[in-house]
Design a protein around this ligand. Structure first.
Ligand code: FAD
Ligand code: SF4
Length: 471
């Protein structure tokens, strides 16, 4: 550990090196080289240990960041891994995909003037290295109870819930319709941001801890809620939100117009060699692709299109760059890989060729007006600014809303005005629904959000379940 109090000035913030653009544009592996031990030590040493760690408060799971930075710079990796897992069920995932610029690093005391400590990459390094050293979570203290809980959905919310339950001796059995765990971490976020082996390793770790996975099982199709409620002491719903939002554009159902998630899932199926019958590959090779939207999903679609060999990829967004909802890091990566960004444009319709196939997107220019209910400036159309952007394929990445769940209808689980499940944090038992035996968390409760907030809600719900079960 350095005695140099000016370390944060003498050593600049460094981000891990990225692979060369030419190889990035063709491959579906993570773009960042791992940090070396020396880099981690010197970057961790930049932490001021400022007494009131804003990073920790802004991190949705409230990681003990200054403490694990201290452990890592003295080489105590396994202790850092144990500490990191006290607050986070998937630290190696969050280190890779959290929008750190808006969360922990964005609130680091050093951020504005000197460059924030590279918290996310160190978090990833700790768990990746600990796993390589053969580390496994210590379960020797666990006393098993006779309770078991069904978790529907193996996304970050379900996994966060399973992690806390199993560490407290409650048997979690996780059902998912997919062949691998992770939810959107596996079948959404592309492997150039998060390699799929990361979730495979996690499945091994969770299984050894005592979590049971029942994969390729869709609740409501392969098993009923009646059976689940009869067999388990409580149920957690972490089912995500899977209804793609549409803009109601003229010709939006034409051939060549796609929703974002089927496009990304088809690509993952192909990259991973999974069965493609549930979602076929959508090929963007040599195509002129226009992606509508400006969030993380849109960034994943543009960068996947580039890797598939598209001739031209344009991201069209209705506000300016400053107001884009996605991570700034991913926008930068997309630009480096050759994506063209067109800001302040709103789609009005899809233009078709003589064969009824996509030929372009009818757009109108926008200017920013008064803030809306969320405090973001409204995009107002500029009269007389209609124009067409040429396209042979269009991907709509406008976000997601809850899908219909017929299988849940007769169980007194209250659904709110936007189709989500009501499972408040504050209640007799945290994240309990209106059916006392059923709890819920993640995107289906808070709306499409982040991996780290889903983990947080899953972990909290587990506390609510244990209070309810009196264990
Ligand atoms: P999900 O991850 O959606 O998991 C729900 C699981 O439930 C799925 O596996 C589904 O198969 C299963 N399920 C649903 N119904 C049933 C049923 N009836 N039977 C069995 N199984 C069922 N967040 C970030 O923080 N950083 C990012 O970079 C980022 N990028 C994203 C990119 C894309 C393309 C998308 C779509 C989202 C992204 N997000 C990102 C958001 C993040 O992935 C989600 O907020 C998070 O995954 C929500 O977790 P969840 O557990 O609530 O739901
Ligand atoms: Fe930052 Fe996310 Fe890790 Fe929290 S979980 S420290 S917000 S990267």
């Amino acid at each position: 550990m350095s005695e140099n109090v000016y370390q944060f000035i003498d050593v600049q913030r460094v981000d891990p090196r990225k692979k060369p653009i030419s190889s990035r544009k063709k491959s579906f592996v993570e773009i960042y080289e791992p940090f070396s031990e020396n880099q981690v030590n010197s970057q961790a040493d930049r932490c001021l240990d400022c007494g009131n760690p804003y990073c920790e408060w802004k991190c949705p799971v409230h990681n003990y960041i200054p403490q694990w930075l201290k452990l890592i710079r003295t080489g105590r990796i396994l202790e850092a891994a144990e500490l990191s897992h006290r607050t986070n069920s998937l630290p190696e995932v969050c280190g890779r995909v959290c929008p750190q610029d808006r969360l922990c690093e964005g609130s680091c005391t050093l951020d504005e003037e000197f460059g924030a400590v590279t918290i996310g990459n160190i978090e990833k390094y700790i768990t990746d290295t600990a796993f390589k050293m053969g580390w496994k979570p210590d379960m020797s203290y666990v006393t098993w109870t006779d309770k078991k809980v069904a978790i529907i959905g193996a996304g970050p919310a379900g996994l966060g819930c399973a992690d806390i339950l199993v560490r407290n001796g409650v048997k979690p059995v996780v059902f998912d319709r997919h062949p691998e765990i992770g939810g959107l971490l596996t079948f959404g976020i592309p492997s150039f941001k998060l390699e799929k082996e990361v979730m495979q390793k996690r499945r091994e770790i969770f299984t050894e801890m005592g979590v049971e996975f029942k994969l390729n099982v869709e609740v409501g199709v392969d098993i009923t809620m009646d059976d689940i409620l009869a067999d388990y002491d409580a149920v957690f719903l972490g089912v995500g939100t899977y209804q793609s939002m549409r803009a109601g554009l003229e010709n939006e159902d034409a051939p060549g117009v796609h929703d974002a998630l089927p496009f990304l899932i088809g690509n993952t199926n192909r990259v991973m060699g999974y069965d493609e019958t549930n979602q076929a590959y959508i090929d963007m090779a040599n195509q002129k692709v226009v992606v509508l939207g400006g969030g993380d999903t849109a960034m994943d679609c543009v960068r996947t299109s580039i890797r598939q060999g598209a001739a031209k990829v344009t991201c069209a967004y209705r506000r300016d760059e400053e107001n884009m909802p996605g991570s700034k890091r991913e926008v930068k990566n997309a630009k480096e890989e050759g994506v063209i960004f067109t800001y302040n444009v709103q789609p009005k319709g899809i233009v078709l060729d003589a064969n009824g196939h996509v030929a372009g997107v009818k757009m109108v220019k926008t200017k920013l007006g008064e803030p809306d209910a969320n405090g973001r400036s409204r995009a107002e159309e500029v009269a007389g600014s209609e124009h067409v952007i040429e396209a042979t394929q269009v991907i709509m990445a406008f976000g997601f809303k809850p899908h219909k769940m017929d299988w849940l209808e007769k169980y007194d689980v209250e659904i709110n005005h936007w189709g989500g499940i009501n499972a408040p944090e504050q209640g007799e038992f945290t994240h309990q629904t209106t059916n006392p035996k059923i709890f819920a968390g993640g995107d289906i409760v808070r709306g499409s959000d982040l991996v780290v907030t889903a983990i947080f809600e899953g972990r909290n719900a587990a506390e609510g379940i244990m209070d309810y079960l009196k264990v």
